[in-house]
Design a binder for this molecule. Structure first.
Ligand code: AMP
Ligand code: MG
Length: 340
């Protein structure tokens, strides 16, 4: 078997000429670190309060403690190990993400399904580690019977979640990074920082401007394997979250076929179509993150239709052999930065 696994971190980066400012520092304040198995970057023009770095770190450690399936004692791991039919009280952040996830689950007709944890594990993309082989068909079929976010009960009064089967596992990986970006953004805003760029593992949120009135510009990378980039599509997200989901960063190959870490809940198999990446803009980065994953599952035609119906800015990169082409929803056009 010609198996290979490729991991990289950021799908996007910010770029553009440093702008001149009268009152703000001409150099941005930059802070970066690691979280959720990837890296994060914060950028803003202003003077950082003394505790900013330690408080951002604390916030992100807390988020990991809530939503990382890789941490044995995290809230999500405890929930996953808990018995069925028993309301499990979760933290406010956890519940907020769970509710947002159910909205995206409904909007996408189940293409985004955070109960896929069990199936994700069977394919070797979860905390149980790499399998690099096709799961047993019967086990897969039985797993599909018990998953489905619509079988979960969310009780907002008790802030509890009840699962229908003890083996079903929640996996919030497709939304947690975006939520983390929103949390850091909210923290910056609470400090009066209103011009910033926050990025965790390629999911981004910008607000305001760089110095000199220049907009933030984020590049959507053309997906070329092994880290070589064929080009970049410049986007000015304005005051939005922006997330990219792709099949070219995390996969293994089986008999010449690409096995992506994104699973189609309808089949229980990794997605297989010509969509290489989807970039979505939304009011929150969590929403953009979940929607980008869902659109990868849906494929370009269905996703484009949904984007037009719901007014979602979405950018698609399609792959035919070695050739990449692009499509976008009409709502994305205004955010694409025109070359001068
Ligand atoms: P992202 O990189 O945001 O697209 O998230 C991908 C991760 O979400 C995968 O590594 C899985 O852990 C999980 N996942 C895979 N397929 C789905 C799906 N259809 N709905 C929700 N989460 C998924
Ligand atoms: Mg996602």
């Amino acid at each position: 078997m010609n198996a290979k696994v490729i991991f990289f971190v950021a799908l996007v980066f910010s770029f553009g000429p440093a702008s001149q400012a009268q009152e703000r520092p001409s150099q941005p304040f930059l802070y970066s670190g690691g979280t959720m198995g990837t890296s994060y970057h914060i950028k803003f023009f202003g003077h950082p309060p003394p505790k900013l770095q330690s408080e951002v770190d604390t916030l992100l450690v807390e988020l990991n403690r809530q939503m990382s399936t890789y941490e044995k004692d995290s809230e999500i791991s405890q929930f996953n190990g808990s018995p069925a039919h028993t309301p499990f009280v979760v933290s406010q952040d956890f519940f907020e993400v769970a509710v947002l996830a159910s909205e995206v689950f409904r909007t996408t007709d189940g293409a985004f399904d955070p109960t896929l944890g069990l199936v994700v594990n069977l394919w070797g993309f979860g905390p149980q580690g790499r399998q690099q082989k096709i799961p047993d068909a019967e086990i897969l079929e039985n797993s599909l019977k018990i998953i489905g976010y619509n079988k979960f009960v969310l009780d907002s009064e008790k802030s509890s979640i009840t699962k229908p089967h003890h083996e079903v596992k929640l996996d919030l990986s497709a939304i947690a990074k975006g939520f983390g970006v929103d949390k850091v953004a909210a923290y910056l805003e609470s400090l009066g920082i209103l011009d910033y760029m926050v990025e965790i593992g390629g999911e981004v949120r910008t607000k305001g401007q760089k110095t000199g009135g220049h907009p933030w510009v984020i590049g959507i990378e053309m997906p070329i394997d092994r880290g070589v980039t064929a080009g970049v599509v410049p986007v000015s997200p304005g005051d939005h979250g922006m997330a990219t989901s792709g099949d070219y960063r995390n996969y293994f190959e089986h008999e010449g076929q690409r096995m992506s870490h994104i699973i189609d809940p309808r089949t229980g198999h990794p997605i297989s179509h010509n969509l290489a990446s989807v970039t979505v803009l939304a009011a929150s980065c969590a929403e953009a993150d979940a929607m980008a994953t869902a659109m990868m599952v849906m494929g370009a035609d269905a996703a484009l239709k949904l984007a037009e119906t719901k007014g979602i800015p979405a950018y698609f990169i399609l792959r035919t052999g070695e050739v990449y082409t692009q499509k976008m929803s009409s709502f994305m056009g205004p955010f694409i930065k025109k070359e001068k």
